[in-house]
Design a protein around this ligand. Structure first.
Ligand code: HEM
Length: 432
């Protein structure tokens, strides 16, 4: 896209000279991700440039460092005093984005540093405790059974289904809407908004990028409406907890942080779990010997789920910003430098994982970083693990041979932020 074109959310491709190290791949060119995460390039980067500099398009930012080694990702994630989330966890923002959108995108717990971060995390924490999540199992199973039954019907009626649309996507959004307290009639609306926002640079998911600001605003207005309702009549749901929460100075949460909270929940809890289900099924289709092991020994499902999380690494990256001159793995970084951690690359680091490019459903130990590590370790990790366990149990119950096979091309979301599959047509043989 040329600089002269009108302002809208443009592609962020750098086309000038590569200054600090040779170019292996442009990690800010979303087309580098349309066939999935470019693991060969990330492996090459890890082997040659532990701190790989990626240029950024003019007006967007000066460029950013990229971390692909496991230990470096751990070091940066744990050192919140030097590597801050406060300036944002995405690589860059287009210069022309609506301020309310920026405020919400960077106005939530995931983009806060301690001690403020803890205040906001603590508001939501009780809803994701072991006790709360355990109590959700029966409901998650009920939802999963209904979803699998609908997919079976579709396969019987038409011969195939789409794993993303018919199996993976409905569960996380339903569970999330339940926890938030979104009424059932609005679930579809939330689902469509979240799809559009995550696929903002993908013409299939968001045909009108200029309309994306309007979608953000609709989502915020909807969240504010729920908050207002809950302040009038509180219930036992996460929206009520947010609506009535007081910060340390005794004030309610300011409006832009309410927007940010709602946005974070809708995006963080939804796309990630969905892509683990789709990516996990894809990995099992591509590795029939591993699928057979799971079918013959279903008790290994817990290690299979961890391997799916490592393999898919549904969140591709998170960013930090250096607050002072420092080092990472002995390499210097300057105050203000952006540092991007590539979880899928850390999860394939051969110094930590034996045969890292092999999908092994019995891998143990498996200290993957799919949920991050340290201060911002995923708040929803227990809930995500529960959903993965339940949906694969239900699939194994209804498709005991697990003979899933693709009936068309797997297509990836055009984004460098999540490892997302947008279409995965498949068929299978359900029990009679
Ligand atoms: C497989 C599914 C999931 C994956 C791979 C995943 C991944 C991640 C990662 C990598 C982070 C760390 C961010 C950082 O260090 O900057 C994170 C944070 C977070 N996740 Fe998840 N997530 C998943 C599911 C969920 C679910 C189901 C929810 C809630 C419904 C959720 C809510 C959050 C929240 C609120 C944070 C921010 C925590 C904080 O800042 O303290 N996630 N997630």
């Amino acid at each position: 896209m040329s600089e002269a074109q009108p302002a809208k959310l443009p592609d962020n491709i750098f086309d000038g000279p590569w200054t600090r190290n040779p170019k292996i791949v442009d990690l800010n060119d979303l087309d580098s991700f349309v066939h999935g995460v470019p693991h060969d390039a990330l492996d090459a980067i890890r082997a040659q440039y532990p701190m790989y500099w990626n240029e950024e398009k003019r007006d967007w930012g000066p460029g950013f460092w990229n971390l692909t080694r496991y230990e470096d990702i751990v070091e940066v994630s744990r050192n919140t005093g030097t590597f801050s989330s406060d300036a944002g966890i995405n690589i860059s923002f287009p210069p022309d984005v609506e301020p309310a959108v920026i405020n919400a995108v960077i106005g939530n717990m995931i983009t806060m540093d301690p001690p403020e971060h803890r205040t906001y995390r603590n508001i939501a924490k009780p809803f994701f405790s072991t006790r709360s999540v355990t109590s959700l199992e029966a409901r998650v199973r009920e939802l999963a059974r209904g979803i699998v039954a609908d997919a079976v019907k579709k396969v019987r009626d038409t011969g195939s289904c789409d794993v993303m649309t018919d199996i993976a996507a409905p569960l996380p959004i339903s569970v999330l809407c339940d926890i938030l307290g979104v009424p059932h009639e609005d679930w579809k609306k939330i689902f469509d908004w979240s799809n559009e926002l995550i696929g903002i640079f993908d013409p299939d998911l968001c045909p009108d990028p200029e309309g994306a600001t309007a979608t953000f605003m609709e989502l915020f207005t909807y969240g504010q409406h729920l908050v207002a309702e809950r302040r009038k009549s509180p219930r036992d749901d996460l929206m009520t907890a947010i609506a009535v929460a007081k910060t340390e100075d005794g004030e309610g949460i300011p409006e832009h942080l309410l927007n940010g909270f709602f946005l974070l929940m809708v995006v963080a809890g939804n796309e990630t779990t969905r892509n683990s289900i789709t990516g996990g099924l894809h990995a099992l289709i591509e590795n029939p010997s591993q699928r057979d092991r799971l079918v013959q020994h279903p008790t290994i499902l817990p290690t299979a789920v961890e391997e799916i999380l490592r393999w898919v690494s549904p969140v591709s990256h998170m960013r930090r910003t250096a607050l002072c001159d420092s080092t990472i793995g002995g390499h210097p970084v300057a105050e203000g430098d952006k540092v991007v951690m590539w979880y899928g690359a850390g999860n394939r680091d051969p110094s930590v994982f034996d045969r890292p490019r092999t999908f092994d459903v019995t891998r143990d130990p498996n200290p993957h970083l799919a949920f991050g590590i340290g201060e911002h370790f995923c708040l929803g990790s227990r809930l995500a693990r529960l959903q993965l366990k339940v949906i694969f149990e239900e699939l194994l119950r209804v498709v005991p041979t697990f003979d899933f096979s693709l009936t068309g091309d797997v297509r990836y979301v055009r984004t460098n932020f999540i490892n997302g599959i947008k279409a995965m047509p498949a068929t299978f043989t359900p029990v009679r």
